[in-house]
Design a protein. Structure first.
Length: 113
């Protein structure tokens, strides 16, 4: 078994794609339309094959606190300091972590080893 992707529902596809590509440096792997006619964009951070699928569906929605998040290993967390409202934390192992939110409020964990 191989993990392929996870889906985030988004309100504004253009705004979300811009955030993930310009802010986090992900690349658009492909764009398509779901069988139900909704736009889909698949983003990838590297050549691992794991992707983040964005799907724009009509209507408003709420993302409950602590429901889910995704995490990225970053080389230099200070590159994101302007987005880290709560700063960073250093773990007992020396790893530095921080959290940011995407345009829809999904929590993104940045980890610097």
């Amino acid at each position: 078994m191989k993990f392929l992707h996870t889906r985030f529902r988004v309100r504004d596809m253009k705004k979300s794609v811009e955030f993930y590509t310009k802010t986090l440096g992900l690349i658009v792997a492909r764009q398509t339309t779901s069988p139900r006619g909704f736009p889909l964009v698949f983003l990838r951070a590297d050549d691992s094959g794991v992707e983040l699928e964005l799907c724009q569906l009509p209507g408003d929605f709420l993302i409950p606190d602590d429901l889910m998040h995704i995490a990225f290993d970053v080389a230099d967390i200070t590159k994101f300091k302007h987005l880290l409202a709560d700063g960073v934390q250093k773990t007992s192992s020396g790893t530095v972590i921080g959290f940011i939110s995407d345009p829809d409020g999904y929590e993104i964990e940045l980890i610097q080893h």
